[in-house]
Every structure is written in structure tokens, then in C-alpha cells.
Write a protein that binds this ligand. Structure first.
Ligand code: NAD
Length: 463
């Protein structure tokens, strides 16, 4: 009986699978050629891609698109190209002496057809970045970007269709219904980037097919200011990390913890830093807008809720909503507490609550009491405090004395832990995610294991 397949997803998966079975071990040349086409996509269409994202955001800094999307993806492609030969090579591993002269090795094998689901906040980086890893590992890829970036998604679908056979890489557009149907497909691996709530649903859909998942989710990433920190320097780096993409960054510092009594100095330093990074907001091409009216309203409601419950609001730079109603002022919230929504939900906007702590034990207890965050930032020079925080808290990744930059390290895995995600990618870690490292034992003509066969006699008596 024909399967109900209104979006053609089942048929596309079947076609990709058939193509994969014709070429189960793409050569280095084939993989390099596909990466080259991804490079062409990034290099030759960067301006159009930036314009499409700008249209979706109603104002997305072209510099931010170049820095945080095109540049990062180009770096990932170069890294994959220069390491591909080593990554794809079978790896010798040790063999226990009792099995000699047998030899062990690991063969990295493509998984087959993989699905990638991307969010709206960095639509190019978070769709093509994982695709680089999946393609380097020799897979066929189906990719679904977010319905909240329709200009970008349509452009990507068109550009990819011009550069790739749909059985190599195919972009699926559509809303949440298409997303649901997409994650219910029996892929050989599903790579999802998005919210923790949707990630839970995706994990359940994948479980029905026993499809392995990588979940790149969100959460409340703390920044901790140690008493030993250079406050002025920390303020500038925290302001940058918070306000890139107007705070719509999965690893943005969600809230800031400062030693008791230092809120006034820190909020003043943050104010100076914000004014120097963004002297104006509404007309500033370096400062991005909020993705939709609904998202802006949610952020405004978070601030209102905090005010209603006694928080103080500091806006270091005024906004003129008549110029662009979706540009939200950088906002510091002082005097917040756990009853406020802003301390319960992932903020995902240019709002930075500041809370005070008494001693390192309290700071660590605060972090460990919540869900495990995607990122953690620690500022200071006291190595003992730093090592305590690093060892006694969990987070997907950490930057010490700065924000965000651990994400840009191709030689480090990037991913969450607990509610902020499972699995990782970037560089070789992405290649591993999209490969099966098949353990193989090569048994020679004369095998030591003949001693483990019956008749057993006294073979195992000494064990
Ligand atoms: P989202 O979870 O709403 O959507 C992500 C993707 O899932 C979109 O393509 C959407 O169409 C699709 N989707 C929505 N509902 C679905 C369903 N029921 N079944 C299948 N697919 C569905 O997330 P978002 O609002 O686009 O992105 C913001 C979130 O993503 C934040 O929580 C942020 O922290 C997180 N994020 C994480 C990372 C990371 O690397 N860990 C990166 C960026 C964003």
C-alpha cells in the first residue's frame, strides 16, 4: 500500500538511501568535491545569504552574519578538508596479549542518510555547519531549516538544489507539521538544534525508529564574576557575548553572578561597555533586531514581570521604537530573584539579570541547583576558585575570561549536557558523530584463541 507522504519526505529519504547504497564508501575525492560545493555556497552567495537573514530578522547585522555564520562555516569546511584523509583512515588500536597475533582496528564508516533540523537564530551556521561534518563523514543529508527564516530557507533550498543532486543534499522547507513528519523519518542519525522542549519531542519521535540523536539545545548559561576579576574588561566581554545577535545566541551568558556589593560598579562598567559597543540601537547596523513581534513581546513581558516583582531596570542606550520596533534596548535587571520568569526561562534576548552571591560555595550551589547549562563563563585570576568552579559545576562548554569563543574552536567538541543537549560536533567530533567507528578484529591463520576451544581440560582452572 502506498504510504501517505504529502511532503514527499518518505520518497526523498528512499531515494537518498538508494543513492547511498550505490556508493557506500564515498572516496576522499567525492567528499572533497561535496565540501568544495559547500565552500562555493558560502563564498559566492554570502551576500545573498546575509540579505535573506536580514530580511527574516527585519534587521540582522551583516557583520554578525559574516562573523558568526559565513566565517565559522568556511573555517569548518577548511578544517574538514585539511583533516579528511586522517579522519577517514582506519585506526590501529591495541590488542590484549592473550589474543596475539590478532590485530584490532577501527573503521570509520558513514552512517547512511542523516537528518538535520536547524533553528532560526543562526540559520546558516546551524544548518550547513552540521552538514559539513555529515558530508565529510560520507553521508547523504536531508536538512530542515526553521519556518521563522522563510527568506533564508527558500534561498538555501534554491542554492543547494543548484549545487547538489537532491540525493546528496536536500533542503526541506515548511512549518512545524513538516518538522514533525521530518523527525519521524527513520534516518540513520538525526541531528537537532533547537529548544529543550522541542528536543524532548524530537528524541521521542526518533526513539520510535531507534534513530540515534544528537540534541543541541539551550538553557540558562551563567557568567560568574570572581572577586579577582578585572571588572572593566569582564564587562566589555560580557556585553559583547550578551548582545551579539541581540542576545539570540544559544551560548549567550543568560545571567550574571557578581560578588555581594559589586552590582553598582559592574552595572556601571556594563553600561559604559554597551555604550561603547553600540552608541545607538535603533539605526545601528551592528545591532540586530528580534526575530518576530511575538518574540519581542515575550522579552518585554519578561522585563515587565521582573519589574512587577521589584526588579530595577537599567537601559544604558535608549531606543527609538519608531525607527525599528523590533530592536530591543540592551537591558540590565538588578535586584532579581527566583520568583521572576527571567530567572526561570532561557532569556534569548538582550536582557541581563545580575544577581549577587556570598562566597564561592553559594555561586556553585546556584549553578548546580538548576538544569545543566550549555555554557558557563568565569571571569577572574584566582586559579583555585577557577578550578573549583570548573570541577564542581557541569556545563556543555566553558570560556574562561571571555564569552562565546569556545564555540569557535575546531579542535574542541561543541555540545550540551543534560537538558542542554546530548552529543557534540565541530571538527573531528562532528566527523565522529556522523560515523560508525566499526571495531574489527583481524584473526591470522595461526590464532591464539585456539587455546580457548574445547576440549577445555584445565585451560581455565587457573582463572
Ligand atoms: P525550536 O525548538 O522552536 O525549533 C527548532 C527547529 O525545530 C525548527 O526548525 C522548527 O521548525 C523545528 N520544530 C519545531 N517544533 C517541532 C516539532 N514538534 N517537531 C519537529 N521539529 C520541530 O527552536 P528555535 O526557537 O528555532 O531556536 C531557539 C532555541 O534553540 C533556543 O532554546 C536555543 O538555545 C536553542 N539553540 C541551541 C543551539 C545549540 O547549539 N545548542 C544553537 C542555537 C539555538
Amino acid at each position: 500500500m502506498a504510504q501517505h507522504d504529502p511532503s514527499g519526505l518518505v520518497a526523498r529519504l528512499a531515494a537518498q538511501r538508494a543513492a547511498y547504497s550505490q556508493e557506500r564508501w564515498p572516496t576522499l575525492a567525492v567528499r572533497r568535491d561535496r565540501l568544495k560545493r559547500l565552500r562555493a555556497l558560502t563564498r559566492e552567495h554570502g551576500t545573498a545569504i546575509a540579505a535573506s537573514i536580514d530580511a527574516d530578522f527585519g534587521g540582522r547585522s551583516a557583520h554578525e552574519t559574516r562573523l558568526a555564520e559565513l566565517f565559522l562555516v568556511a573555517a569548518a569546511i577548511s578544517h574538514a578538508e585539511s583533516h579528511l584523509r586522517r579522519w577517514t583512515r582506519p585506526r590501529r588500536v591495541a590488542t590484549a596479549a592473550r589474543f596475539w597475533p590478532a590485530r584490532n582496528r577501527l573503521l570509520p564508516q558513514p552512517l547512511g542518510v542523516v537528518g538535520i533540523v536547524a533553528p532560526w537564530n543562526y540559520p546558516f551556521q546551524l544548518s550547513i555547519g552540521p552538514a559539513v561534518a555529515a558530508i565529510a563523514a560520507g553521508n547523504r543529508v536531508m536538512l530542515k531549516p526553521s519556518e521563522l527564516t522563510p527568506h533564508f530557507s527558500e534561498l538555501l533550498a534554491r542554492l543547494v538544489a543548484g549545487l547538489f543532486d537532491p540525493d546528496e543534499l536536500h533542503v526541506v522547507t515548511g512549518g512545524v507539521e513538516v518538522g514533525r513528519a521530518f523527525v519521524a523519518l527513520p534516518f540513520d542519525h538525526l541531528f537537532f538544534t533547537g529548544s529543550t522542549a522541542v528536543g524532548r519531542q524530537v528524541a521521542m519521535a526518533a526513539a520510535a525508529n531507534l534513530t540515534p540523536v544528537t540534541l543541541e539545545l539551550g538553557g540558562k548559561s551563567p557568567a560568574i564574576l570572581d572577586p579577582s576579576a578585572d571588572m572593566t574588561q569582564a564587562a566589555r566581554r560580557i556585553a559583547f557575548g550578551k548582545l551579539l545577535n541581540a542576545g539570540q545566541t544559544c551560548i549567550a551568558p543568560d545571567y550574571l553572578m557578581v560578588p555581594r556589593g559589586s552590582t553598582a560598579k559592574m552595572s556601571s562598567d556594563l553600561g559604559d561597555a554597551i555604550r561603547s559597543l553600540y552608541p545607538t540601537i535603533s539605526d545601528n547596523p551592528d545591532y540586530s533586531a528580534i526575530i518576530s513581534d511575538g518574540h519581542r513581546d515575550r522579552l518585554a513581558a519578561l522585563v515587565q514581570d521582573a519589574c512587577d516583582k521589584g526588579a530595577a531596570v537599567v537601559e544604558p542606550v535608549r531606543v527609538d521604537l519608531a525607527t525599528n520596533a523590533r530592536k530591543m534596548a540592551p537591558t540590565l535587571l538588578l535586584g532579581v530573584n527566583a520568583s521572576m520568569r527571567v530567572m526561570q526561562e532561557e532569556i534569548f534576548g538582550p536582557i541581563l539579570p545580575i544577581i549577587e552571591y556570598d562566597g564561592l560555595d553559594e555561586a556553585i550551589a546556584h549553578v548546580t541547583a538548576g538544569e545543566r547549562p550549555l555554557a558557563l563563563y568565569w571571569f577572574g585570576t584566582d586559579a583555585r576558585s577557577r578550578e573549583r568552579v570548573l570541577r564542581e559545576t557541569h556545563a556543555g562548554g566553558v570560556t574562561v575570561n571571555d564569552c562565546l569563543w569556545h564555540l569557535a574552536q575546531e579542535d574542541q567538541p561543541f555540545g550540551g549536557i543534560g537538558a542542554s543537549g546530548t552529543g557534540s560536533y565541530h571538527g573531528e567530533w562532528g566527523f565522529r558523530t556522523f560515523s560508525h567507528f566499526k571495531p574489527i578484529l583481524h584473526q591470522p591463520a595461526v590464532a591464539g584463541t585456539r587455546f580457548f576451544q574445547p576440549p577445555y581440560g584445565k585451560t581455565f582452572d587457573a582463572m
